[in-house]
Write a protein that binds this ligand. Structure first.
Ligand code: AGP
Length: 624
């Protein structure tokens, strides 16, 4: 989610910053910018709505090229649509302090209100801009604005102003800040968002990841959460947010720059699978209050009256997003609200049965899927209100929907959706619990139980990912199979469908997902000796029935791979197990999907398929 670069040294900063941004574009590319200090023009800034190439072209002969210190940013919009005004860097009122930021400031509205009262003027809709004004405020209150030229004396003021501003921030951030009056230093800070310092000879670098500076240095220091760095051309000093010094040893990076863009993973898909703990965190962040068991609605502004008055929910989506919608349906129903789900391409003709009593939830990673957009228009024409669950700010869907809930998963590059899917499911839980609380369908204590368990999910996903070796071995064993079957019941049935879809997409092999109880009504006939059958058999009220279905498959020669948790394992007899941590039954899809994504990945890897760009597919399907 967004790429940051920073440079201080003796070379032309802008060339280095722009080159670094090009390497970070995989993190987001809807707008970008650079700022620096030039000997003649002081603080100087250029931004564009669009890609880094466009920025590079407009600053080709710019005075900005002369500076030896600067910061840069390529953006994946989270607050404020993609536009030049919302592009980073952002400046304070006097255009003296400038910032680039990655992450989400949760309490930005509160802070913005206070700053507006003290006369600050805002030029963008971003959460980031409040930080730079807050720093300006802190500099003023430290009461030493000084004159240009006495930069070294002002450095402690700059540091302390940024440190005090940080103390007021809630949320996640990686940021780099430049003050025109301190032309010999950059400040960097990290909290729940990556930031790394590159150590050169007479020059130093700051970046969201090492790919931005690997061609200049392989020596790096990864900041920890709660740390700041004072970066000068010949030195870097590290501090915690209390202002105490901390020590860091540098590491030597062995990757080349392509490997670095993928975080050392072989494919974006694998990287994105591993980013899922963070994806869930980002979707939940600021929306769930663990102690009150309440859900913040700041961002989507859904009127409680609307939530109370609707008679049902209709979810529409395509592909993987449709599977998230299926999970959503079970969750809404579990909390007492009738819900149905339809493929957007099938729904359009049925939209006439919709009226204002039915609340539409359209799910789309890209927000540009033609089938989904068309279905939304049809539903709106029938008088329904539409909420979009999407990952993409400023997308067409966000403009057409009445309300938007962003998943904040960051750009998904792999065509096969993984981290966006988990974000869509997390968003469904947020909404369904919130609706249940507002409609009085759930006791506060129960809501709190779900919320608290949801907040544990990122750590449980990490534990599931730690099983990668076992999953890779199982996948290698079955890599030559020509057919795969995935079975599950109830809320894990959509996950069986998703597991099959992942294999089809990236391995081009036939795979079916089936409701386990339906097998005996026909499809069981396709089972042959040695056919791999992946069965989701985690603890649930349906477990004994799933166990029966597994026995039925085994009796016809299937090679069952059972996805179990620690407690369900003893009830399931299978030749192979993949174990996931135990969670509440209703939340289990957030964990059971992980081994299926990895399984599909390793099958495709063994088949040497083009995993990130599978044949015949596009990341966003903009035709009907
Ligand atoms: C998922 O792996 C697919 N690439 C595809 O099914 C996708 O989920 C579908 O096309 C919907 O896309 P959207 O979420 O951007 O609307």
């Amino acid at each position: 989610m967004c790429g940051i670069t920073g440079y201080i040294g003796e070379k032309a900063a802008t060339d280095i910053l722009v080159d670094g941004l090009k390497r970070l574009e995989y993190r987001g590319y809807d707008s970008c910018g650079v700022a620096g200090i030039t000997p003649k023009h002081g603080l100087y800034l250029k931004r564009v709505s669009g890609r880094v190439d466009a920025l590079d072209a407009i600053i080709a002969k710019d005075p900005l090229r002369k500076g030896v210190i600067g910061i840069g940013h390529t953006r994946w919009a989270t607050h404020g649509v993609p536009s030049e005004d919302n592009a980073h860097p952002h400046t304070d009122c006097d255009n003296q302090v400038v910032i680039v930021h990655n992450g989400i400031i949760e309490n930005y509205l509160e802070i913005k209100e206070k700053l507006l009262k003290t006369g600050h003027k805002f030029k963008s809709e971003t959460d980031t801009e409040i930080v730079v004004h807050l720093i300006e405020e802190k500099i003023k209150s430290l009461n030493k604005t000084g004159k240009s030229g006495d930069g070294d004396l002002l450095e402690p003021v700059f540091f302390e102003a940024v440190r005090r501003a940080i103390e007021e921030l809630r949320g996640s951030f990686a940021m780099t800040i430049l003050w025109a009056k301190c032309p010999n230093m950059l400040l960097a800070a990290r909290q729940h968002s990556p930031l790394v310092i590159g150590l050169g000879d007479g020059e130093n670098f700051i970046a969201s990841d090492v790919s931005a500076f690997l061609k200049h240095t392989k020596k790096a220091v990864f900041l920890n959460d709660g740390e700041m760095a004072v970066v000068k051309k010949d030195s870097v000093k590290y501090f915690n947010f209390k202002g105490n010094k901390v020590e860091h040893a540098s590491v030597t990076i062995q990757w080349d720059s392509t490997m670095a863009e993928k975080g050392g993973y072989k494919h974006f898909m694998l990287k994105e699978i591993h980013e899922q703990p963070e994806s869930v965190e980002n979707t939940l962040r600021g929306r769930l209050l663990p102690l009150k068991g309440d859900i913040l609605q700041q961002e989507i502004n859904l009127p409680s009256e609307l939530i109370r008055n609707i008679k049902g929910v209709q979810i529409i989506a395509c592909g993987t997003a449709y599977h998230a919608g299926m999970v959503g349906r079970y969750v809404f129903e579990n909390f007492g609200l009738p819900a149905s789900v339809d493929f957007a391409s099938e729904f359009s003709d049925r939209a006439k049965i919709i009226n204002k009593d039915i609340f539409i939830i359209a799910v789309s990673q890209s927000g540009e899927t033609a089938d989904t957009l068309y279905a939304v228009r049809e539903a709106k024409a029938s008088g329904a209100k539409v909420l979009a669950i999407t990952n993409t700010l400023g997308s067409t869907l966000t403009r057409e929907a009445d309300f938007v809930l962003y998943t904040h998963c960051g750009p998904e590059i792999g065509v096969a959706s993984t981290k966006a899917f988990i974000g869509q499911m997390a968003a469904m839980y947020v909404l369904a619990i919130h609706f249940a609380v507002i409609r009085g369908n759930i006791f506060d204590a129960d809501a709190r139980k779900y919320v608290n368990e949801l907040l544990k999910i990122p750590r449980l996903i990490e534990a599931t990912l730690a099983n990668e070796g076992v999953i890779s071995d199982v996948a290698d064993h079955f890599a030559k199979s020509e057919h795969f079957l995935f079975i599950a019941r109830h809320i894990n049935f959509p996950i069986a469908l998703e597991g099959a879809l992942k294999i089809k997409e990236i391995s081009y092999v036939h795979a079916e997902g089936y409701a386990a109880g339906e097998m005996k009504h026909g499809p069981i006939a396709i089972i042959y000796k040695g056919m791999p059958v992946l069965a989701i058999a985690t603890t649930s009220k349906m477990l004994s029935l799933v166990a029966n279905n597994i026995e039925e498959a085994k009796a016809r020669g299937a090679e069952v791979i059972a996805i179990v948790d620690e407690d369900s394992r003893e009830f399931i007899k299978a030749p192979r197990y993949i174990v996931v941590p135990r969670t509440l039954e209703i939340l289990s899809p957030l964990l059971t999907v992980i081994p299926l994504q990895l399984f599909a990945y390793f099958i495709a890897l063994a088949k040497k398929c083009d995993i990130d760009k599978p044949r015949n597919l596009a990341k966003s399907v903009t035709v009907r």
